[in-house]
Ligand binder design. Structure first.
Ligand code: LMG
Ligand code: NDP
Ligand code: PMR
Length: 396
């Protein structure tokens, strides 16, 4: 079903990004007009070529909405401002939106809302009161590797330096009886939550590395439910990547299994496995690249944000009881705002600048470096996951 929607999404990506590029001319033109040229990088030869491309694309797109173009122009003009830039995937709801709100309202950040549903993201940003010039919405559907590659091109066309990348988007299929698949045919949860982000992070590493003096960061959101060293991580079905044989064989409709460990399909397990992959990826990124690039790599568990869109496909009884259970029984409940403040700390707080950590919070709101499960700490598994994932996303 989702697959059937994909072609139109991909088309949407191209159109929206053309909109996003259009303002580059506008902002350059206004730089000429107001004489601020010497302070902008609008006259750099490479920007001229970007502008030429943008002109061609915008000429091809005759349906650009004026209001949208104007807003995008304002955003693009800020390419020369002093704000730091953070990309947040899945910023159209829940944790991603709350984090975007916190950072955008601080006045110190320009937030790239990297979302699959452009209109939903725009509406959510407006409803959350994000200041007009504090964000840019760019389309990405993480369930399509092609869309991820397009996103990177479109981000580069904004000419912003990248300070922080937050891999936050996720899907959870707790009630699915049968698997669904990404554009390239991977089981959707692992394909989106892990493989889509794995490619995105790898492609953007060079952009972050170029900005080394700004102490760049990469954050991939993890979870307690993927850590079997906790009670929550022991609620069945438990995460377990096994020997990664299912992943190595492609977790596709055509392979023997759609699960990483080669087992029977289970949507809740696939999600938890994908979170293990997210946390293993952070540790492997740290091992491979921290010393070489100076980038800080982090993961976190922001608390149980029991009312987000993550549970949209769960039974309605679950959606009613789960927040109560978390509030009054486990006491693990947090609001979207609190969770957003926590993730915003991992983005920008100098105190959370150490690399390779999995952050959690005490009830008094103090952050600490948490322990991970044996599976997440297994660096041999981390390396193997890296090598298999590189092949699946076409990096090797
Ligand atoms: C599977 O179900 C799904 O089948 C699968 O599709 C996937 O979603 C997977 O992990 C995801 O889960 C697991 C199933 C059993 O879980 C449930 O379906 C139960 C939902 C749990 C959420 C609500 C719990 C109900 C508690 C209500 C509390 C309301 C509190 C209000 C308090 C108000 C006070 C003023 O999962 C299992 O692991 C099986 C274990 C089942 C044991 C259940 C024991 C519950 C333990 C804790 C509850 C204690 C309640 C005490 C209440 C005290 C109140 C003070
Ligand atoms: P939400 O469903 O509210 O947010 C998920 C976001 O991901 C949405 O913006 C959604 O877009 C986006 N998304 C889903 N699929 C894709 C895709 N293919 N391409 C691009 N974006 C996509 O859930 P949460 O805010 O709860 O989840 C955010 C993160 O927090 C996840 O990584 C989750 O694993 C993690 N987490 C959540 C916890 C919780 O208790 N809720 C606990 C621990 C971790 P759209 O709006 O279009 O649907
Ligand atoms: Mg869990 C003891 C604490 C605790 C915490 C912090 C969570 C977090 N959960 C806890 C306990 C329990 N949960 C217990 C005892 C049960 C059995 C009743 C239980 C059940 C349960 C279910 C059915 N919990 C769940 C589900 C889900 O469908 C959620 C899930 O696994 O999503 C993958 C979930 C969660 N519990 C959490 C958190 C944070 C989640 C959801 C989100 C996530 O990890 O991303």
């Amino acid at each position: 079903f989702r697959q059937a929607e994909r072609p139109s999404n991909a088309e949407g990506a191209a159109t929206q990004s053309a909109f996003a590029k259009q303002p580059l001319q506008t902002s350059s033109a206004s730089a000429f007009a107001n004489g601020g040229l010497k302070l902008t990088h609008a006259a750099r030869p490479e920007q001229r070529s970007v502008r030429a491309v943008a002109q061609k694309i915008s000429a091809a797109v005759s349906t650009a909405a004026p209001a949208q173009g104007e807003r995008q122009a304002q955003s693009a003009k800020k390419a020369v401002d002093t704000k730091r830039t953070v990309i947040i995937t899945g910023a159209s709801s829940g944790l991603g939106l709350a984090t975007a709100k916190k950072l955008a309202k601080s006045g110190e950040w320009h937030v790239i809302l990297a979302c699959r549903d452009f209109l939903k993201a725009e509406k959510a940003a407006k409803a959350a009161g994000l200041p007009k010039d504090s964000y840019t919405t760019l389309h990405v559907d993480l369930s399509s590797l092609e869309s991820v590659r397009q996103f990177v091109k479109h981000f580069r066309a904004t000419e912003r330096k990248l300070d922080v990348l937050v891999a936050n988007a996720a899907v959870y299929k707790p009630t699915a009886k049968e698997p669904v698949f990404t554009a390239e045919g991977f089981e959707l949860s692992v394909g989106t939550n892990h493989l889509g982000h794995f490619l995105l992070v790898n492609l953007l590493l060079e952009d972050l590395e170029k900005n080394r003096e700004a102490k760049p960061r990469v954050i991939i959101v993890g979870s307690i439910t993927g850590n079997t060293n906790t009670l929550a991580g022991n609620v069945p079905p438990k995460a377990n990547l096994g020997d990664l044989s299912g992943l190595a064989a492609g977790i596709s409709e055509k392979s023997a299994s759609v699960m990483i460990d080669g087992g029977e399909f289970d949507g809740a397990k696939a999600y938890k496995d994908s979170k293990v992959c997210n946390m293993l990826t952070v540790r492997e990124l740290h091992r491979r690249f921290h010393d070489k690039t100076g980038i800080t790599f982090s993961s976190l568990y922001p608390g149980c944000i029991a009312e987000t869109g993550l549970f949209r496909e769960h039974y309605s009884l679950f959606k009613t009881l789960f927040p109560l259970f978390q509030k009054y029984v486990t006491k693990g409940y947090v609001s979207e705002d609190t969770a957003g403040e926590r993730l915003a700390q991992v983005v920008s707080d100098p105190k959370l600048g150490a690399s390779g950590n999995y952050w959690s919070w005490n009830n008094d709101q103090s952050s600490f470096v948490n322990d991970v499960s044996d599976e997440v700490a297994d660096s041999t598994k981390g390396q193997k996951l890296w090598e298999v994932s590189e092949k699946l996303v076409g990096l090797k």
